[in-house]
Design a protein. Sequence first.
Length: 116
Amino acid sequence: MTPDGDGRGQSIRGDDEFALRIDDRAGSVFVAARGDVDVESVTAFNDGLREAVSRTPPEVRVDLAGITFLGSEGIRSLVLAHAAAAAQGTRLMVTAASPIVRRVLTLTESDWLLGG
C-alpha cells in the first residue's frame, strides 16, 4: 500500500491476465479492474470488492471498462458486494463498463448495477 493524495491507501493486485486497483478519493472508493474475470481471477476480484466495501465509504465506484471477459462468478461477486454495501448504507455502482460487460449484465438482467 502506498499513500495517495488523500493520505488513504491504494492497493494494486494482479498479474498479466487480471489486475485490480483500489483508490480512496474525495470520500469515495474507486475500484478499477482490467482483464478477464473468470474462475482463475474471481477470488482477487471478489476480495478487492470486499476490501473496497469494508472501508465503509458513502459510495464505491467500480470501473470495468478494461474487462475483456466477465463470467458468472464475477457477476455473483458484484451482486454480493452490492448487497453488502447496501446493508451498511454504501452505494455501489458500476460507473464504466466495456461493451462485453454491458452485454453480459444486460443479458443476465443485472444491468441495474450500472449507474453514475
